[in-house]
Ligand binder design. Structure first.
Ligand code: FES
Length: 156
């Protein structure tokens, strides 16, 4: 475990459950995501069950359980989006980027997360990239979005 993470956890163990959110925020800022190993350490240090930590953290968009790329793609796989073709969108992303859900491209530019309902069911399939929402997405639209985002990466 990184020294700075250990310091955060040691400090937090005295603060009780009230300090869980700031602790997770600090760790997310350092690591970029909350890995299963980190959740386990937080659980041990703070005396809070792992499933409780997951259920709290998964409520907030700011936390991720997978490594994030510069462009973090979240695809909704809730019922309405699924019925309208979200699986085909995920498959197109798999094909275009060579990554599956929970993975990051080798250049660190893209990552993919498949999530449950994002609260915009009538607009599905819904995709969110770095906080920007795209609705009525299909394989062709996501292909064009990825091409545009790739060009952004090439300009940097
Ligand atoms: S099911 Fe996708 S936004 Fe609700």
């Amino acid at each position: 475990m990184k020294e700075e993470i250990r310091r955060i956890l040691e400090k937090s163990s005295r603060g009780g459950a009230d300090t869980l959110m700031p602790v997770l925020q600090e760790i997310q800022a350092i690591e970029g995501y909350l890995s299963p190993e980190i959740i386990s350490e937080v659980s041990k240090y703070m005396g809070i069950a792992e499933n409780r930590i997951y259920s709290i953290a998964s409520f907030y968009d700011q936390f991720s359980f997978v490594p994030r790329g510069r462009k973090h793609i979240r695809v909704c796989s809730g019922t309405a989006c699924h019925v309208n073709g979200s699986e085909a969108v995920v498959q197109e992303i798999n094909k275009q980027l060579g990554i599956k859900a929970g993975q990051k491209t080798k250049d660190g530019w893209f990552s993919l997360e498949v999530v449950q309902c994002m609260g915009a069911c009538s607009l599905g399939p819904v995709v969110e990239i770095n906080g920007k929402h795209y609705d009525h997405i299909n394989p062709e639209k996501i292909r064009n979005i990825i091409v545009a985002l790739r060009e952004e990466g090439e300009e940097i």
